[in-house]
Design a protein around this ligand. Structure first.
Ligand SMILES: [Zn+2]
Length: 325
């Protein structure tokens, strides 16, 4: 077990202990027999919905009023949050859920975050920052190095304990909507790869607005269901993780609508990439083109290039920067 893992933190840790003895690499899943309820649209409240991309078998629906794509029926928030134990951050099925080894990928994650932060500083100078869904705290640490006063939160008790233990920052455990933060106190709120995971994304966006000072900046990144790669790949799009990890799929247009309704003005929206190892890149490429990925893997093994770092922009992850009016 990880030395930072909390003891007695509920079912996910019991499940992880079992996994550790059998195979520490299995991915976390919501139990097949967990209750799943139909969900109304998070943005407009309508219950009129049609199946969306049914070939991928993910119970995706599209709101007939506003076009939001989401999972319905689906498990409740506690079942969803229970996914984010230690095995979420380290498993052998990251094409399905979570990460192969989040902690081992620290250097790449830091490089990605440093680039994003540097760009954000065009819109806001270092001040007080809250990173929502901060995971192991790598973004917080990059931000602190650049002069930010940092705080974080995450629904994963495993990640929160790790971030606190390693960096000593003020990192809280829970859902953003349940945590008590000072209103109007922050210069920047970030939400990297988070909004597609949470049960009530509109409430998260509204809470972010309430925490920011007037003129403060909110930045998020999420897969874009309306991007060209998503349309071209159809049900095989890598954004459709085959678990219940991603419960909402946004377009840039939908994000803009939500942000404007919450009192933001969108100042920038662009497709962003990430630094990844060649091994991860080939793994994801294999989901689209197994033959090409297999031939490149031969070169990867021959030249021992698997840990090579490269910046990959698949043009299907949108990063939106918005200013509080
Ligand atoms: Zn709707």
């Amino acid at each position: 077990m990880c030395p930072f893992c909390p003891s007695g933190a509920g079912i996910i840790n019991q499940r992880n202990s079992t996994l550790s003895s059998e195979s520490a690499r299995l991915s976390p899943r919501v139990a097949l027999d967990a209750a799943r309820k139909p969900i109304p649209c998070n943005v407009c409240g309508s219950s009129e919905q049609q199946p969306f991309c049914p070939e991928n078998g993910l119970s995706l629906v599209q709101c007939q009023q506003c076009g939001l794509v989401y999972v319905s029926p689906r498990p409740d928030a506690n079942e969803l949050y229970a996914l984010y134990g230690e095995t979420y951050f380290r498993n052998d099925e990251s094409g399905v859920v979570g990460y192969t080894n989040y902690l081992r990928d620290e250097a790449n994650i830091r490089k990605t975050f440093a680039g994003r932060l540097k760009r954000l500083e065009r819109y806001v100078q270092p001040g007080r920052l809250l990173d929502v869904g901060c995971a192991a705290g790598f973004f917080l640490d990059e931000a602190r190095k650049r002069g930010w006063q940092v705080e974080g939160m995450d629904v994963s008790s495993y990640a929160v304990e790790y971030a606190r233990g390693r960096f000593g920052y003020d990192v809280r455990h829970g859902s953003l909507t349940d945590l008590d933060y000072a209103a109007g106190a922050y210069d920047l709120v970030t939400m990297w790869d988070v909004i597609e995971h949470v049960p009530d994304p509109l409430a998260y966006v509204r809470k972010a607005a309430s925490l920011l000072r007037s003129g403060g900046v909110f930045a998020l990144a999420t897969p874009d269901v309306d991007s060209l790669p998503a349309k071209l790949a159809g049900p095989r799009w890598v954004g459709y993780k085959l678990s219940e990890e991603h419960v909402y799929y946004f377009s840039t247009k939908m994000l803009t609508r939500m942000l404007e309704e919450a009192g933001f003005e969108v100042v920038n929206a662009r497709y962003v990439g990430k630094y990844v190892t060649l091994r991860l890149f080939l793994d994801r490429l294999g989901m689209y083109s197994p033959v090409l990925a297999k031939s490149l893997e031969l070169a990867e093994r021959a030249f021992k290039l698997s840990e090579w770092s490269l910046y990959v922009n698949p043009f299907d992850i949108v990063a939106v920067t918005a200013r509080k009016r």
